[in-house]
Design a protein. Structure first.
Lengths: 272, 415
């Protein structure tokens, strides 16, 4: 989820505060496929990932094509917030505000290994995330298109000068960034009850993760995500849950006071 | 003019403008004396959480208020004036709820106000309307912080939450020593509604059941897995959870099932009382045996309640067990206001406040209502309800005519 957000910022300088609602949209799509057509949430990704990719392409073309100049990043917050409100309203109308959860045989089940219970949904989610991140890595570092993305991440003007169609790269990156919310939303919806308003909790955490990792850094987003969950859980279990959220933000403040650009962020250019 | 001079002038103009706006807002629009022209509707201002964390409850409250207004209007309105509800959304935030009531009173000139959802929002809302001399009748602000504020204008039609777990504690501690659980875990959100309830239960149960886990988690937490896993690891026979909504309870239930831990008794302060939305979120099999304190349920024998439930089902479908307790709370707010308006023969908020403080006992779909000087409803009884199969039944107080035996121990998850 944070990977998509940081990818979009890295290539387009767009702070997509609608990322949270796209995650919830992904969750609702999986939920609808599961409830109305009996499609397993993981199998349903064959439909939801391309659907959200297309949604991302359309949103980018309609709303961000004309956003240019020094105000682009600031304006993008307003535009994506407006998109977020519209989608939230639409979801509330379709699904109501009552909480729902994605269900499948493995959602509440677990297996024991070395005396520890491992919930299937977390194991499956971990495997899926590893495959997706691996695919993203291969796409970025082993393909020609990936090279175009990395060039755009480093310097859009220079990328354009060497013949890269930065506009096309931006559109596809936005599509990929939104498509990633489909599996993220599916796992979120299977591990939490949710309604459209749940997106507010998500976006604050996603933004925090990419700030800590370094805006535009994919590796940073991954590391910061792991750090957030680990710190919060360890503090919650060993010390007290009251301090779990605060402890992560304490780490965030300390890191940013030493490295204002985040763990992997760069001052002049944003490279993973 | 130099830069400092310009800055000073801008500041001076801004200050005067702001002061004027504040003065206008606090004096011109507000009218709590409540004379209404013949044929004009009586407008009731309400801020509800139609988005944000409390949106599910906010929607249920909206349905309850609208159901009451429809019934009143069908019977000719309040003193011949049709009721018009002016509902605005506060997105579940305490800052927005203040803005909303200021706007409702000073801009929209509503005649009366009803409360928002949750203790968290009721306190700032009641303080705001108090400045304008308005009465705030509400049904979801039962946390001690609301009453400790010393406001004279707040009236909670529901039982104060501090007493919520009393029947459960009495039932648990009165079990014969041989069958009484030996261990208990307390875990609660640091919300002003849940924490006092759980602390009171802990005090009542005391050392009769050994506490093996007692922790508070932040209200803003979104991932409960580690906390729930820690509770599961403590393996207490009883779990008391201070929750404000369905997602919190659902997260603990899911984590417990994944950890293959089924407490013999599991009570949550809120969530299981949401009726159909709770069942939809957690599944009927998992709900079996879940307990929740409340002062009302869909199967109540109260004649007014039965009429309201029938109307609700006709309008929205479902069953009596699936009717959210929020509906009854909101409906009761309307009923109490209607009785106060009728008794005072007008919409004068100061007279309404005085009347409600006069030790008068009123009726509502939730039962009797009588306010003490703090605005707490002292006439209601606390109950514990439990999901037993598809039914939501009263299980305590033990010995009460309507109480069924407690399903104990709780069946395993996913039955």
């Amino acid at each position: 989820m944070a990977t998509g957000l940081t990818l979009i910022f890295g290539v387009m300088d767009i702070i997509n505060v609608a990322q949270g609602i796209f995650v919830i949209l992904g969750a609702y799509l999986s939920y609808a496929l599961s409830v109305h057509w009996g499609i397993d949430p993981f199998v349903g990704l064959i439909i939801t990932i391309p659907t959200l990719f297309l949604v991302g392409i359309v949103v980018e073309r309609v709303f961000f094509g004309r956003l240019k100049g020094p105000e682009k990043t600031a304006m993008s917050i307003l535009v994506t917030y407006a998109i977020s409100l519209v989608i939230e309203g639409g979801l509330n109308m379709i699904f109501t505000v009552n909480y729902v959860q994605i269900n499948a045989w493995y959602v509440n089940k677990s297996f024991k290994l070395f005396g520890v219970w491992f919930p299937y949904i977390y194991v499956f989610g971990f495997i899926m995330a590893a495959i997706l991140l691996g695919s993203l890595y291969i796409m970025l570092y082993r393909t020609r298109f990936g090279a175009s993305i990395r060039a755009s991440l480093a310097d859009q003007t220079a990328a354009a000068l060497i013949g890269i169609d930065v506009r096309r790269v931006s559109t596809i990156c936005f599509g990929i960034g939104i498509a990633i919310t489909a599996p993220g939303g599916m796992i979120f919806g299977a591990t939490n009850t949710f309604n459209a308003s749940t997106s507010y909790d998500l976006i604050s955490r996603l933004l925090t993760i990419i700030v800590l990792g370094g805006m535009g850094s994919l590796g940073g987003a991954l590391l910061a995500g792991i750090l957030m969950v680990t710190i919060e859980d360890l503090v919650g279990v060993i010390w007290s849950p009251v301090w779990s959220t605060m402890s992560f933000f304490l780490v965030l403040v300390i890191v940013l006071s030493v490295r204002p650009q985040g763990i992997f962020g760069k001052k002049s250019a944003r490279v993973a | 003019m130099n830069r400092k001079g310009k800055l000073f002038r801008v500041l001076a103009v801004t200050s005067v403008t702001a002061a004027s706006i504040v003065t206008m807002a606090t004096t011109s629009g507000a009218s709590s004396s409540g004379s209404i022209a013949k044929g004009a509707p009586v407008t009731i201002g309400i801020s509800l959480s139609l988005s944000g964390d409390f949106s599910a409850d906010g929607l249920a409250y909206q349905q309850g208020y609208k159901l009451w207004a429809a019934d009143v209007n069908a019977a000719g309105g309040l003193l011949g004036h049709k009721v018009k509800l002016d509902i605005v959304s506060d997105a579940s935030t305490p800052t927005q709820v203040v803005t909303n009531y200021q706007k409702l009173i000073s801009v929209d000139h509503v005649n009366l106000t009803f409360g928002p959802f949750s203790t968290l929002l009721t306190l700032p809302a009641a303080q705001t309307v108090n400045r304008y001399g308005y009465a705030m009748i509400e049904g979801a602000g039962g946390g001690p912080s609301v009453f400790q504020a010393g406001l004279k204008n707040v009236f909670d039609v529901t039982l104060p939450v501090a007493y919520d777990l009393q029947p459960f504690a009495t039932w648990l501690t009165s079990l014969p020593a041989s069958s009484r659980p030996k261990t208990i875990s307390y875990v609660t959100s640091n919300d002003p509604f849940t924490q006092p309830v759980v602390q009171e239960a802990q005090k009542l149960i005391g050392s009769k059941v050994k506490t093996v886990y007692s922790k508070v988690f932040p209200a803003e937490a979104t991932d409960y897995t580690s906390i729930a896993d820690a509770v599961a690891a403590a393996k207490a026979q009883v779990v008391v959870l201070g929750s404000v909504d369905v997602p919190t309870v659902s997260a603990f239930m899911q984590a417990f099932e994944q950890a293959h831990y089924t407490p013999e008794a599991f009570i949550a302060t809120a969530g299981p009382d949401q009726g159909a939305p709770f069942i939809k979120a957690v599944g009927a099999g998992n709900a079996d045996g879940m307990m929740v304190p409340n002062s009302w349920y869909g199967g109540s024998k109260n004649a007014q309640s039965q009429k309201m439930v029938a109307e609700y089902i006709k309008l929205y479908g479902g069953t009596a067990a699936g009717v959210n307790a929020d509906i009854a709370e909101a409906y009761s707010v309307g009923q109490v206001m209607a009785r106060a308006v009728t008794a005072t023969k007008g919409f004068d908020n100061s007279k309404i406040i005085k009347y409600l403080h006069s030790n008068v006992t009123l009726n509502s779909v939730q039962g009797s209502v009588k306010f003490n000087k703090l605005g707490e409803n002292t006439a209601q009884t606390a109950y514990t309800f439990q999901w037993q199969g598809a039914k939501f039944v009263e299980v305590n107080p033990v010995g009460d005519v309507g109480s069924s035996p407690v399903l104990f121990p709780k069946p395993a998850w996913g039955n």
